[in-house]
Design a protein. Structure first.
Length: 283
């Protein structure tokens, strides 16, 4: 564990109101030329939220991007896992100290070790043996929001604690990126609040690259398509011509919520595209 001199604090953390007085770290700090993206979300995530994180982070593979999150249960750990899976740098900023005894939650100690082994880092403004408390998580959130150029919010209910970090992101003049969800999903209502206030909607991997000012990489030739689920195949095979969303749902015999989630994932994967609720195949 190394204490970082104030002059060497990441630029983003020197710019925020009430910057940290000190920082301790383990492992590697992010390189100066990395674009940092914070990903935050609820501890109790949905299948949709998990798919969004895996799909969007997967779309950053090979890019000069680092993923920042809080090592917490739920979306945080999914973000770190997705970064590791795709060979991206990842930085964990937990709500307590970063000694072996104080890593929180203790169930993520192995994840913390994997982050370090992969060349990532742990960062905290608390003493190494500080035990996480309710207020320390709120205090930590400003570091997660401040260190990155943008923060991505995959899903959040209206009263989710995650919204604190989202508000800080906006307050710090960083880009807040949100993934729209079903209007029937409680776990998307918090996201939609920020969408109405001007947050940047992310509906595909290409959207995320644009928001981070990154150019897409050319796909390897003859690359096999990802395996599709039976429902995804049903939708694609039904789209023999541009079709309105309501008509497509009727033809496929799907529920509205199930169809909305599957259509969103197919768009994120680049298999289909839509304009004014009319869908077409991209195959």
């Amino acid at each position: 564990i190394v204490e970082l001199p104030a002059a060497e604090f990441p630029v983003g953390l020197r710019e925020i109101p009430q910057p940290p007085e000190k920082l301790n770290y383990r492992g590697q700090l992010p390189a100066a030329d990395l674009t940092l993206l914070s990903i935050v979300g609820p501890r109790k995530y949905t299948t949709y939220g998990k798919q969004v994180v895996e799909e969007l982070v997967g779309g950053l593979k090979g890019q000069p991007v680092g993923i920042v999150s809080g090592l917490a249960l739920g979306i945080d750990s999914l973000a770190h896992e997705a970064a590791l899976k795709n060979g991206l740098y990842t930085l964990a900023i937990p709500g307590g100290g970063i000694s072996d005894e104080r890593i929180y939650p203790a169930s993520h100690k192995k994840l913390a070790y994997r982050i370090l082994e992969a060349g990532g880092g742990l960062l905290s403004e608390f003493d190494p043996d500080f035990q996480a408390t309710k207020w320390s998580f709120i205090q930590r959130n400003r570091l997660v929001a401040g260190i990155s150029q943008a923060t991505l919010l995959p899903e959040a209910a209206p009263k989710s604690g995650t919204l604190t970090t989202a508000r800080m992101t906006a307050d710090y003049s960083r880009d807040l990126l949100v993934v729209p969800g079903s209007i029937f999903a409680e776990t998307s209502k918090g996201v939609h609040q920020f969408l109405k206030l001007g947050a940047i909607p992310i509906t595909s991997k290409e959207d995320l690259l644009d928001a981070l000012n990154l150019a897409p990489q050319e796909a390897a030739p003859a690359q096999a398509s990802l395996a599709l689920s039976p429902i995804e195949l049903l939708i694609i095979n039904t789209l023999t011509e541009p079709t309105h969303r309501d008509e497509l749902i009727r033809k496929c015999g799907l529920g509205v919520a199930e169809a909305a989630q599957t259509l969103m994932m197919l768009e994120l994967q680049g298999h289909i595209a839509s304009e004014q609720n009319v869908y077409r195949r991209c195959l």
